[in-house]
Design a protein around this ligand. Structure first.
Ligand code: F6R
Length: 606
């Protein structure tokens, strides 16, 4: 998720768009850049780091011009540096573009453009758009048509702003949208374009929400919108009534809730361009035949994903896997050799223990790989190869969308290994994986009310027990961790069958017990016996399941129904009610959900 801004009007563009861009910094801030157009051409400046750093190197008195675009980047392709920062220019330097989204087929388009003589300087997927536009403009097309022709070739998502001059109509910005938000603010003799309204409302509250496949031409003559196929679209101006803070959080009360609700798109982005029939498309440098064992290493929530990864890889690819806390692994002097693959899993890519574990594995000549959200982070740079989550920035301290996208990445990884090992592909699993975003959405659109009701019943409880089996045991651990960290209620996750070896002593009528008991699980019958054991001791049962049946209903005080999926993928769905339950309880307690006490988003100390 990046932020883009554009301006056409009578004021000096540079200071105005930099101020507007700062409002979008929450969308990502690994590098930023600006292009301003005047009679001498396009001036461009870019800088690694926060927008403040770009701003401090700009001398506004030297950047005259009333048209400009700017970008704050959250890297997806290519490390965060000045070359990969936006805007990107074509070969002539007469077209500048800023892009938010992912171009899935950029590699093949890039190859063609290079063979045609284009000079592509960055590692990004976005730069090819500037060169495609250049190509079509050179063929004599107006700028707007060149943009449309370019966009008809790209697969993926875009919120795009193109700064250039049309030989018939003069200087202009062409904006286009597909799957990434773009809003046009209509002011007095000025137009401000931005990824979201936070960057616009200081200037105007009159906006047009661009729809998918629409292209807007912004110039001193106003705003004209057509579809990519040329059909004219009537400008639908609306008035924004939200406050700045509400817009940043998209009207959600907390970033955590926004990130929970964002999971359909986050998971879709993690899958984007990676599902190709029965074989996942991943660019991993792994010698699978040499790999005798895989060690997944991580901390916290990412370690819970690793536990699920062990289950998935062993089942799908039939390679032995260990899931190890990075902090334990690194101090154990583990037995590692070059036949091991050590995979570090980390949202931030900066967790000190995970990084140290990775370095230790490298020093022992293991192959390494990563599953990381933040592109350009230290872990992402130090692994031999890896899978980015593409989940967008996670701002709430409690990890939510990073967890679900990690499990998706691990499922893709397991399928990749299976294929590389020559085991018969599993098209059913791929098909089910591609349906996961809509199942997440199906659950999240209707769940809040019910989970809110359960939270009201239990928010003053002192202890919680979470139980699950098999692939859903780590989900129980994750549910307990979510509750602990944001609501400060003591909670424990256990494999359901272990309960009778100790924790059952804690159960009384004060104790809520959450069962993750989807019926796809091979151990479903065993779980119902565990429920009987809790019920017999007066425990109050909240059951997460995917099919209502009379025995489960009679055993449960509260029943949460989730969409059905296959057992391997059930953690992605089953964790959703647990994330929401923790959130709702913490909210009822009035706690600081996005910044819980004593916790930091990225633990870079040992
Ligand atoms: C829990 C949480 C932490 C992190 C852990 C690892 O909600 O966010 O437990 O999962 O600190 O962080 P990363 O994934 O950035 O390495």
């Amino acid at each position: 998720m990046c932020g883009i801004v554009g301006y056409v009007g009578e004021k000096q563009a540079a200071p105005l768009i930099i101020e507007a861009l700062k409002k979008l910094e929450y969308r990502g801030y690994d590098s930023s850049g600006i292009s301003v157009l005047n009679s001498e051409g396009i001036f461009t400046a870019k800088k690694k780091g926060r927008i403040q750093e770009l701003e401090s190197m700009l001398d506004y008195s030297k950047i005259e011009g009333t048209l400009g675009i700017a970008h704050t980047r959250w890297a997806t392709h290519g490390i965060p540096d000045e070359i990969n920062a936006h805007p990107h220019l074509d070969c002539s330097g007469k077209i500048a573009i800023v892009h938010n989204g992912i171009i899935e087929n950029y590699a093949s388009l890039k190859e063609v453009l290079i063979s045609e003589g284009h000079r592509i300087v960055s590692q990004t997927d976005s730069e090819i758009i500037a060169h495609l536009i250049e190509k079509f403009q050179k063929q004599g097309n107006p700028l707007e048509h060149s943009v449309k022709k370019a966009l008809s070739l790209v697969e993926g998502t875009f919120g795009l702003a193109v700064l250039g001059t049309d030989k018939f109509g003069g200087p202009r910005i062409i904006a286009a949208k597909k799957g990434a938000s773009l809003i046009i603010g209509i002011g007095n003799n000025e137009i401000i374009l931005a990824s979201d309204a936070t960057a616009i409302i200081n200037h105007t509250r009159k906006v047009i929400y661009l729809n998918d496949d629409e292209v807007a031409v912004l110039s001193k003559d106003g705003c004209f919108i057509t579809k990519i196929n040329g059909e004219r679209v009537k400008n639908q101006i609306q008035e924004i009534k939200w406050s700045l803070e509400e817009i940043e959080k998209k009207n959600f009360k907390h970033f955590m809730l926004k990130e929970i609700m964002e999971q359909p798109e986050a998971v879709q982005n993690a899958l984007r361009g990676r599902i190709n029939g029965a074989v996942p498309k991943l660019s991993l440098k792994i010698d699978v035949n040499k790999t005798k064992r895989i060690i997944l290493t991580a901390c916290g929530t990412s370690w819970h994903s690793a536990l699920i990864g062990k289950y998935l890889i062993e089942k799908i690819a039939q390679i032995p896997v260990e899931a190890d806390y990075a902090s334990e692994f690194r101090y154990r002097d583990p037995l590692i050799s070059e036949t091991d693959l050590v995979m570090a899993i980390s949202q931030s890519g900066e967790t000190a223990d995970t990084l140290a574990a990775l370095r230790q594995a490298k020093s022992k000549n293991a192959q390494t790989a990563g599953i990381v959200n933040v592109v350009g982070s230290t872990i992402a740079r130090e692994v031999d190869s890896g899978i980015f989550l593409h989940a967008g920035p996670e701002i709430g301290v409690a990890s939510t969308k990073a967890f679900t996208t990690q499990v998706v990445a691990l499922a893709l990884f397991a399928l990749f290994l299976r294929h590389e090992k020559g085991i018969k592909d599993s098209p059913e699993l791929m098909r089910e994986l591609s349906m996961i975003p809509s199942k997440i959405k199906e659950f999240l659109t209707s769940a809040e009310g019910q989970i809110g009701g359960i939270a009201k019943e239990f928010y003053s409880s002192k202890n919680f027990l979470y139980l699950g089996r098999g692939v859903n045991f780590p989900v129980a651990l994750e549910g307990a961790l979510k509750l602990k960290e944001i609501s400060y209620i003591h909670a424990e996750g256990y494999p359901a069958a272990e309960m009778k070896h100790g924790p059952i002593a804690l159960v009384d009528d004060e104790m809520p017990v959450v069962f993750v008991a989807t019926q796809s699980a091979s151990t479903f019958d065993k779980i119902t016996s565990n429920m009987q054991e809790i019920k017999a001791r007066g425990g109050r049962i909240i059951t997460i399941t995917d099919e209502e049946n009379s025995s489960i209903k009679s055993l449960s005080n509260f029943l949460v129904l989730v969409p059905k999926t296959i057992e391997e993928l059930s953690p992605i769905i089953n964790v959703l009610p647990l994330q929401l339950l923790a959130y709702k309880i913490a909210d009822l307690k009035g706690l600081s959900i996005d910044k819980p006490r004593n916790l930091a988003k990225s633990v870079t100390v040992e």
